[in-house]
Design a protein around this ligand. Structure first.
Ligand SMILES: [Zn+2]
Length: 90
């Protein structure tokens, strides 16, 4: 475990102190869903608000622009549900 302690300050939403955690960041890139795992972020223990530092955000952009890395990364299947189908069930 690397030490990446950073003070994320207080939550913008509820004012609780943010805690650093590794999160899954999901992003839509040109119509494709990409999940970046173990992203260091400040997470509010009370309301779940997440804050990613700007340098981490830039590294995420580097990662998602690396098509070679994307090509060799494992793929996950996610359910894709049409909203109208969900209505029919309700
Ligand atoms: Zn909060």
């Amino acid at each position: 475990m690397k030490k990446t302690k950073y003070d994320y300050g207080k939550c913008d939403v509820c004012g609780a102190r943010m805690r650093e955690m590794l999160i899954k960041q999901d992003l839509w890139i040109r119509g494709n869903l990409i999940v970046v795992e173990d992203v260091p972020a400040g997470v509010c223990p009370r309301c779940g608000e997440k804050v990613v530092k700007s340098d981490i955000g830039r590294r995420i952009i580097d990662i998602i622009e690396n098509s070679e890395l994307i090509a060799k990364s494992p793929k996950i299947l996610v359910p894709s549900i049409n909203f109208r189908e969900g209505e029919a069930v309700a």
